[in-house]
Design a binder for this molecule. Structure first.
Ligand SMILES: [Zn+2]
Length: 139
């Protein structure tokens, strides 16, 4: 069950293309789309493979592990994020290949670096949904 957070966690707007992804997050699972023709794993979810345009897409449970590809520490922010600064926005390169943009949470900002191993955490969203975030892997 996704854990509560004090970070702003708006209810995601889902579509038929990504509903499987959001449903997975609500069950603490990171589900990714994979092309059944060429095997490409991609992000964001869409009804066709970005590599070969095949429309036969499977979903599978990813490990939730990845590394920081790039990140930025935000020290000032407007609106309801302002109270949570400094916070981290990052591109995480998943072990399965795709890069996803998210937040790095529960991290010592001084230890963050490109290549740092991270793992998925699932935060309960407002009005029921869940969002994907990452935290440094233990050890
Ligand atoms: Zn493909």
């Amino acid at each position: 069950m996704p854990r509560p957070t004090d970070l702003p966690t708006p209810t995601p707007r889902s579509s038929s293309d990504d509903q499987v992804f959001w449903d997975g997050l609500a069950e603490d699972r990171l589900l990714l789309p994979r092309c059944t023709s060429c095997g490409s794993v991609f992000w964001h979810p869409r009804p066709f493979c970005p590599e070969c345009s095949c429309t036969r897409i499977d979903w599978f449970a990813a490990t939730g592990n990845g590394t920081i590809y790039s990140y930025s520490v935000t020290h000032k922010a407007p609106g309801n994020w302002g109270a949570h600064a400094p916070y981290v926005i990052a591109y995480v390169e998943l072990d399965e290949g795709p890069r996803v943009m998210s937040n790095i949470v529960d991290a010592d900002l001084d230890m963050l670096e490109v290549g740092l191993e991270v793992q998925a955490v699932f935060h309960a969203g407002a009005d029921g949904g869940a969002v994907l975030r990452f935290t440094p892997s233990p050890g």
